[in-house]
Design a protein around this ligand. Structure first.
Ligand code: BTN
Length: 254
């Protein structure tokens, strides 16, 4: 990071770095309950984003909280209006792939995707994605743990958490990471609009964290086979008995 404490996601730090359509307009709050609520139902153009330094009621998947110390993370919601022939839940993987690519660009390290919405770096969850749908609009929320220290990460998370800092040992400027994320997301979203998940499958399949692992799905034991081309997770519950699941709480043996 350039200067301890100077790192900011204020418009003057981020807007000059934006290279695509996403991020216009760029809504910024120092603190808000959840950036998700700032983009839905307001008639904003597709690609509008809301960003906060801190959320007081950050939302995670399956009704969980998403918590972070102020100024430590990238917390962003992007407004999307997907075409009616696409399945909005697939956007979790689209957002996950964009976050994975942005983290790789900034850290130089390989990431993985833990189906359906987690980005893993060195076996730690460093980012999560939440797609919330309301009347044809999607708030695609992405949280990236950037500069938290180990003791600032949630102690009771179901997937072992990390931040870019705990994994790599250095702090990062969040503004270039956010600008890179928005550009990667725009490219991934455009490809998905045109060709569905199939168009992104190379990047998703190559980063499949669960592939071959023993897991539980909502408490039931199984083996993860692979993320399928349609975005579902293929699991094996008994030898040669395969199922494709659309959602569920996945835990894995570390
Ligand atoms: C998860 O892994 O459970 C999903 C976490 C999503 C967190 C992001 S942070 C920005 C946006 N605002 C929220 O309240 N949640 C998402």
């Amino acid at each position: 990071m350039s200067q301890a404490g100077a790192d900011s996601l204020a418009p003057e730090a981020v807007e000059p770095l934006l290279r695509g359509r996403f991020g216009r307009p760029y809504l910024y709050e120092r603190e808000c309950p959840s950036t998700q609520a700032l983009v839905l139902g307001r008639g904003l153009p597709e690609g509008a984003v809301a960003v906060a330094e801190h959320q007081t009621a950050g939302r995670g998947r399956l009704g969980r909280r998403w918590e972070e110390p102020p100024g430590s993370s990238v917390l962003v919601s992007v407004l999307l209006r997907p075409p009616s022939d696409r399945r909005p839940p697939e956007l979790s993987l689209v957002g996950g792939l964009a976050a994975a690519e942005a983290i790789e660009e900034v850290t130089g390290l390989a990431t993985q995707l833990k189906w359906p919405n987690d980005v893993m770096l060195d076996r730690r969850k460093v980012a999560g994605v939440l797609a919330e749908l309301a009347e044809g609009e999607v708030a695609l929320g992405i949280g990236i743990n950037v500069n938290q220290r180990r003791e600032e990460l949630p102690a009771d998370a179901p997937t072992p958490p990390g931040s870019l800092r705990t994994v790599t040992g250095r702090a990062y400027d969040r503004a270039p990471l956010l600008a890179t994320l928005l550009l990667r997301l725009e490219r991934a979203y455009d490809a998905w609009r045109e060709g569905g998940l199939d168009a992104l499958y190379g990047g998703i399949g190559a980063r499949d964290f669960l592939r071959g692992r023993r897991i539980t799905v909502d408490g039931q034991a199984a083996t993860a086979v692979q993320i399928l081309r349609d975005g579902r997770l293929e699991i094996e519950t008994e030898p040669h008995v395969l199922h494709a699941i659309e959602s569920g709480e996945i835990r894995y043996a570390a």
